[in-house]
Write a protein that binds this ligand. Structure first.
Ligand code: CA
Length: 227
């Protein structure tokens, strides 16, 4: 059972989410304002926050950033559905997104998915990809390609493990910067491309099928995890 925090100023949605999430076996805290949500985030250490980005008192993105800095998983609830807003939210550390109107069953499933992958820290553990061609052992800090150890810089290692933590999921450059470096650094976004280029070279990924380019956004890991 996980402790979840629902920050949502609309009472109907708040109550609906609480009902469904409690029925799914979670312990649920609720907050109707950003200030209240912030207090819960800082004192109750929830496992995951369902966060409405449109709050009356605090910009939801600021709350998102605070939760992210405390390594608390966040699923953003938003009426904003443009690509730019999605990317902005993901860059600030959201683990997933649900656009209103949503079905409460969908939210329950997404909560289970985010909790199942260990929240936002997205530890990949020892994983195999590409029918055994690539082994990533996060604890040993090693990556083997076709049995050969890859000599990766810390940035390349961070890029690889971040992308491989969610195969098929597009990461924006800004998000990669945040996840790899842990902080925002103006100008660094432009250098993501050259790190990716080096990583691809080491992976023998000439045709960019391991680290795929997502036009207008960034990159995603193209190989599936082995069963
Ligand atoms: Ca709202």
């Amino acid at each position: 059972m996980a402790t979840l925090l629902v920050v949502e100023d609309e009472r109907d949605i708040r109550d609906l989410l609480r009902r469904y999430l409690e029925r799914a076996g979670h312990s649920v805290l609720t907050a109707a304002t950003g200030a209240e949500g912030l207090r819960h985030i800082e004192s109750d250490a929830p496992d995951l926050v369902l966060l409405d980005l449109g709050l009356p008192d605090i910009d939801g993105l600021d709350l998102l950033e605070r939760a992210h800095s405390l390594h608390i998983a966040v699923i953003a609830l938003t009426a904003r559905s443009t690509v730019e807003d999605r990317i902005r939210g993901l860059e600030r550390g959201a683990d997933d997104y649900v656009t209103k109107p949503f079905s409460p069953q969908e939210v329950v499933l997404r909560v289970a998915a985010v909790l199942g992958r260990g929240g936002r820290s997205a530890e990949v553990g020892t994983l195999r990809f590409g029918n055994g061609r690539l082994h990533i052992d996060e604890q040993a800090h090693t990556a083997l390609l076709d049995g050969q150890a890859l000599e990766l810089t810390p940035t390349e290692w961070g890029l690889l493990t971040t992308l491989a933590s969610r195969p098929g999921r597009a990461f924006s450059r800004g998000e990669l910067v945040n996840r790899v470096r842990g902080y925002e650094f103006a100008g660094y976004e432009r250098t993501v491309d050259s790190h990716v280029k080096n990583l691809r070279r080491k992976l023998g990924d000439d045709d960019a099928t391991v680290v795929e380019t997502v036009l207008g956004i960034g990159y995603r890991f193209g190989w599936q995890r082995d069963a």
